[in-house]
Design a protein around this ligand. Structure first.
Ligand code: C5P
Length: 260
């Protein structure tokens, strides 16, 4: 790792210069943070699970025509991705009231929303990622109105697909956060760009509840001190078919193995 140039270190991931121009290596840490990093713990094996789950989700989304930054998984903790200019927005899509929305609007957690709702937060840790309106995005030039339209359309399509994918394994997709980037390229001498899905999709960035019991299978287990965080992530991975259920290698042995 130290041989490569580090480009950026976030709360749960590190980005290194990639082997070819236009690529980066995304490394998934075990660091788990909440409340803008006020709460931090290192959860053994979490990065391995998120690398695998995010790979799986990005591949499935690629298959339905969502352009993503994912190129291929390199090893247990790293994946090769396309280098993009990150749009400074956290795009949140909600199906069931929970978290900050339930609190902000006084809705009981667990209430089904009348329809899926897309929200935007500004990606600014120093401000605690404040909720913003589309007007702010246009006025401050964080994204062009046509880009915002494309982001909303892609987000709703991702939501539709992921709701179905998780329903198939007995999980309700309550909400999730995604990020997009601009992939710059030259076509016939003219520079242009495409909006693509970036970052990760994992139980760190989604709320996932068991369909039967409503048991939380996501980072709320950490935020709310419920325990069993990596076990819940491993259960998501097992249901997705990424980890072997009992009989094959145990989730524990898989998540402990850092080398491939
Ligand atoms: O906390 P809140 O209810 O606004 O979160 C909505 C969704 O976005 C949750 O799935 C949460 O895990 C995700 N999120 C995230 N990163 C943030 C804020 C929220 O992944 N910085």
């Amino acid at each position: 790792m130290s041989r490569r140039k580090q480009i950026y270190e976030g709360k749960a991931k590190i980005l290194y210069e990639g082997p070819e121009p236009g690529t980066l290596v995304q490394y998934f840490k075990d660091d788990t943070t909440a409340f803008n990093a006020e709460k931090l713990e290192i959860l053994d094996g979490k990065g391995v699970l998120n690398n695998r789950i995010s790979e799986y989700v990005m591949l499935r989304l690629g298959e339905i025509g969502i352009p993503t930054h994912f190129i291929r998984r390199l090893n247990m903790r790293e994946q090769l991705i396309k280098k993009v200019e990150i749009i400074p927005l956290e795009v949140i899509c909600r199906n069931i009231a929970a978290g900050t929305m339930a609190k902000r609007l006084g809705i009981e957690e667990g209430e089904k929303l009348p329809r899926s709702i897309v929200e935007f937060c500004l990606k600014r840790d120093d401000l605690g990622d404040p909720l913003i309106a589309e007007e702010h995005i246009h006025a401050f030039g964080w994204a062009h109105p046509s880009e915002v339209d494309e982001i909303v359309a892609m987000t709703l399509r991702i939501n539709d697909y992921l709701q179905g994918m998780f329903a198939g394994i007995g999980i309700k997709l309550v909400d999730f956060k995604i990020e997009f980037g601009r992939l710059h390229s030259e076509l016939e001498g003219v520079m242009g760009h495409q909006i693509i899905l970036a970052d990760e999709i994992s139980p760190d960035s989604c709320r996932l509840w068991d369909r039967e019991t409503n048991e939380k299978m996501d980072k709320d287990r950490f935020r709310r001190d419920l325990g069993g965080v990596t076990e819940a992530y491993a259960e998501v991975a097992t249901r997705l078919g990424i980890l072997q259920p009992s009989g094959g290698p145990t989730p524990f042995s898989v998540i402990q193995g850092d080398k491939e």
